[in-house]
Design a binder for this molecule. Structure first.
Ligand code: FMN
Ligand code: FE2
Ligand code: FE2
Length: 394
């Protein structure tokens, strides 16, 4: 890719990773991703905002060569994670007079992660401004978005925010600005669920603070830019604090069909009670989809057979992931089948302490479901519907 014009004096100088399928060895990337970096060319000084993943450093050389860029005064590192910081050493070498600008916390982390020369780094405090001549960069410390060292960079003369990972989406596209709102909405929701949801309380505060800034354009570090900043700020507000959906997410495994019958009954019975179910067959499913469904679900029901005296390891994994992602879910239960005995329920409950849920009585049955087992599932469904009504989600 070549550099692209974002607005007067601001260029996109990133890299698109069309083929990447997995992030952090954890997050599936069905649509690839991009690493967005930006060049802000003021009348007196030039700043580069973030860099690209180290796997793209070689390609990035070409983009910068084509620009015939002779000088970078400041390299702004909003975030120390390597998908944005990984090419910093190459920039510091290419531009020996460039100063790296970051938060005090990021300074230590960048030295730890990239073994940078301390003398090249200048730290900035929250709210500090840096003049580029006719343009100014203002730094907004935003810890835990999604690492402790993060900051956002604001360019008031262009009403433009560079929020790094916040508001991003893992979406490789040659469109600079978002055009297909529903596609970007889904990609951004998936990304929020996987990366930002665990920090939703802090993000809510950062959103409040950002509402005091005049922002037209948001230029994140992954995915397309937003020329309607309000769009993505509104959906984030909804995800962190909007109403929950009348929805039950059911991550489950069934080896020989018994737990499957329970799940099928639960889907039908919840539908009769006016509640939507999202079944998620873990072994074949995409964990990003599961995370995304958890953003606004009111209830989660884990479905597991007993395996070697405990829960199926795939269900334990899904429970561990849900616990780490801290969705706003209010109610939980467990359904499943066993052959002779075990501690699947206790084990799963011990995995999800972060979910501040009310537990509805689990339905754990022996062998293949009988009519009375199915009645118990009907009761669970009716109980969930009642809870949803009481909580105002239906
Ligand atoms: C590999 C394996 C290990 C199992 N370990 C246990 C166990 O430790 N305790 C138990 O009660 N049942 C155990 N079972 C039996 C299953 O829990 C039982 O067949 C259950 O009905 C399976 O539910 P499903 O049809 O939804 O897979 C095991 C089954 C398999 C295949
Ligand atoms: Fe990150
Ligand atoms: Fe990132």
């Amino acid at each position: 890719m070549r550099a692209r014009n974002v607005t007067d004096g601001v260029l996109w100088v990133g890299s698109i990773d069309w083929d990447r399928q997995l992030f952090d060895e954890l997050i599936p990337l069905p649509d690839g991703t991009s690493y967005n970096a930006y060049l802000v060319q003021g009348s007196d000084r030039t700043a580069l905002i973030d860099t690209v993943d180290p796997t793209k450093t070689g390609e990035w050389h070409g983009l910068l060569d084509a620009l015939r860029l002779t000088k970078v005064d400041y390299l702004i590192a909003n975030h120390a994670e390597q998908d944005h910081s990984g090419s910093i050493p190459f920039i510091l070498e290419r531009f020996p007079d460039a100063k790296l600008v970051c938060t005090p916390k990021a300074k230590g982390m960048l030295i730890d992660l990239l073994h940078l020369d301390e003398s090249r780094i200048a730290t900035v405090s929250d709210g500090e401004k840096l003049s580029l001549g006719d343009m100014t960069l203002e730094f907004i410390h935003a810890p835990w978005v999604h690492w402790p060292e993060t900051m956002l960079t604001y360019l008031p003369e262009r009403r433009l925010l560079f929020p790094c990972d916040l508001f991003g989406s893992h979406l490789a596209t040659s469109e600079l600005f978002m055009s297909d709102a529903s596609r970007v909405f889904r990609a951004a929701k998936r990304y929020y669920a996987e990366i930002m949801m665990p920090f939703r309380n802090l993000i809510e505060r950062h959103l409040e603070r950002l509402s005091g800034y005049d922002i037209d354009i948001i230029a994140p570090s992954h995915g397309p830019l937003y020329d309607d900043a309000q769009f993505i700020m509104d959906v984030y507000r909804d995800w962190v604090s909007g109403p929950l959906a009348n929805k039950v997410v059911v991550p489950y495994v069934s080896m020989h069909g018994s737990t499957q019958v329970l799940v099928d009954r639960l889907i039908g019975s919840l539908a009769d009670n006016g509640v939507v179910t999202v079944p998620h067959r873990i072994a074949q499913g995409d964990t990003g989809r599961l995370a995304m469904e958890l953003v606004d679900a009111a209830t989660v029901v884990l479905g597991t057979p007993t395996v070697l005296a405990g829960a199926h390891p795939q269900v334990a994994y899904a429970a561990m992931l849900a616990n780490a992602l801290r969705p706003r879910v209010m109610f939980a239960s467990i359904v499943g089948s066993f052959g002779w005995g075990g501690k699947a329920v206790d084990q799963l409950l011990s995995i999800i302490p972060n979910l501040k849920v009310e537990l509805l009585a689990p339905v754990i049955i022996k062998g293949f479901p009988t009519d009375s087992d199915l009645d118990a599932i009907d009761q669970l469904a009716a109980g969930i519907a009642e809870k949803h009504r009481g909580a105002g989600v239906m």
